[in-house]
Ligand binder design. Structure first.
Ligand SMILES: C[S@@+](CC[C@H](N)C(=O)[O-])C[C@H]1O[C@@H](n2cnc3c(N)ncnc32)[C@H](O)[C@@H]1O
Length: 264
């Protein structure tokens, strides 16, 4: 069962003090996160750094992902990603393409995964650190429900404004509270209000990698703690029992199986 999700973008193209990606999954009451481990680059073996450089060269435009072959990456984009990419996101991607730092934008294949995680987490209240022109922000806004909210923080409002017309056209600008600021003080300010503790369903961290650990520590307080599976199961069983639209059989098999038949 996935609860809140913290996603940290760990592209090696970012101006970072560390390289390497750690992906972590914890079971029930879970957190999924990937982040740079905080070792300076020179702590890595030379051979590993050389291999990383070779990989970076092999993957050309758009040079996202860790695939060894550009053809394979293109195949994935063309087969599974572009056909399902919402038109407003395509438009935002094209608007961003001429920007000299266009490569900072979330890649569409990463976006596809992020949309899935947002849905799996049933995310409604989210926070994003590092907006750039807004690809991941628009994706989040399109994915969360009508009454969902996103706090989006970036030091640079100018780049946010490049994508803003598309966000407005998509009709999701009302879900976004953009804050032009360094991310850390905003997180600290959010933590001043106890109501914000444990209130966010999803966080996307895509700003300055040197601060990822600082962000992570604060987000551990801001993100929701998911109820344990047992509590959820008890609540769910109560709701099933009270739901007149279904006929149920709660069988004492294993640790319990409920079979529902829709009758209304
Ligand atoms: C990789 S880009 C974000 C890409 C974006 N998520 C997207 O999908 O296009 C990183 C952004 O982080 C912002 N940034 C860098 N340091 C920051 C900080 N300390 N606080 C807030 N934003 C920061 C930069 O201005 C830049 O727009």
């Amino acid at each position: 069962m996935i609860n809140h999700i913290e996603v940290l973008d760990s592209s090696p193209e970012k101006p970072v003090a560390a390289r390497g990606t750690q992906i972590q999954y914890q079971g029930p009451g879970s957190t999924i996160c990937s982040h740079h481990n905080l070792q300076p680059v020179h702590h890595y073996p030379r051979a590993l750094l050389d291999a990383m450089e070779q990989n970076a060269k092999k993957v050309t435009s758009p040079s996202k992902g860790l695939l060894q072959s550009e053809d394979l990456y293109q195949y994935i984009l063309e087969t599974s990603v572009y056909p399902r990419e919402p038109d407003f996101l395509k438009e935002l991607r094209h608007v961003t393409a001429s920007h000299p730092r266009a490569r900072m934008a979330t890649a569409p294949d990463a976006g596809q995964l992020m949309a899935l995680l947002l849905k799996l987490a049933n995310a409604k209240k989210t926070i994003e650190l590092g907006v750039f022109t807004g690809y991941s922000l628009l994706l989040t806004a399109l994915t969360i429900p009508e009454d969902g909210k996103i706090i989006a923080i970036d030091v640079n409002r100018e780049t946010f404004e490049i994508g803003l017309p598309v966000i407005k056209k998509a009709g999701v600008a009302d879900k976004i509270d953009f804050i032009e600021s360094e991310a850390l003080p905003v997180l600290d300010q959010l933590l001043q209000n106890p109501e914000n503790e444990g209130s966010f369903d999803f966080a996307f961290i895509d700003a300055d990698s040197v601060n990822y650990w600082n962000y992570h520590e604060r987000l551990m307080k801001l993100l929701k703690i998911w109820k344990q599976e047992r509590e959820l199961a008890i609540e769910l069983n109560k709701s099933f029992a009270a739901d007149p639209r279904i006929q149920i059989s709660h069988a004492s098999l294993g640790d319990g199986i409920t079979i529902c038949r829709r009758i209304y």
